[in-house]
Design a protein around this ligand. Structure first.
Ligand SMILES: [Zn+2]
Length: 186
């Protein structure tokens, strides 16, 4: 089954960038999965567990694999979230908008955000600068959607610090996943 991607509500210029960023992410995701499942743990050690115990290797590998499966095989729609009301109270402040308040408080994940067999991912363009940033944002959002990751911290230094001080938090935090992906973007 071949995957497909759609972009909804973006300008022509934005869509061009998003298409290129998606291809960049797709390539990076495949490389990341291949490395991890092939036993190359250099990026894993850096972003998820530098203690050497590999205690969360299974969990992280599963998320990396499932996100990659979604990217390669599923139908994904990225929708422009700029006009929506963003719930920044729930689940932490996701700089890229992951929670969209579609109904009432406590019902943020309504059926409006999930339909059919495909996946719908909300994005805001203004927070992005480079194609790499966009690729990372898509991956960050997909880690929430597919892997159930949380927003614990967006700070790069804290993300890396958690890999040594608290690998459990690193394995749960969405930003750690896009920083991991960054190691494989070219
Ligand atoms: Zn997030």
């Amino acid at each position: 089954m071949a995957g497909s991607v759609k972009f909804e509500g973006f300008s022509a210029t934005e869509t061009q960038d998003l298409v290129r960023a998606f291809e960049l992410m797709k390539d990076g995701s495949r490389k990341a999965k291949t490395a991890l499942l092939g036993g190359d743990l250099s990026a894993f050690n850096k972003w998820f567990d530098s203690t050497g115990t590999r205690s969360h290797l299974m969990k992280v590998s599963t998320i990396i694999k499932e996100v990659d499966d979604a990217i390669q095989n599923r139908s994904i729609t990225f929708a422009n979230a700029s006009g929506n009301k963003v719930d920044k109270e729930e689940g932490g402040l996701c700089g890229y908008v992951w929670l969209i308040q579609t109904r009432s408080p406590g019902d943020a994940f309504s059926s409006a955000a999930h339909f059919g067999s495909g996946m719908r991912v909300m994005m805001v363009m203004r927070t992005h600068r480079t194609l790499g940033d966009l690729a990372e944002t898509m991956y960050h959002e997909l880690s929430h959607k597919v892997g159930g990751t949380k927003d614990i911290t967006y700070k790069k230094a804290t993300c890396q610090g958690n890999a040594s001080a608290n690998p459990q938090l690193a394995a749960l935090n969405a930003e750690n996943y896009n920083l991991f992906l960054r190691e494989y973007l070219s």
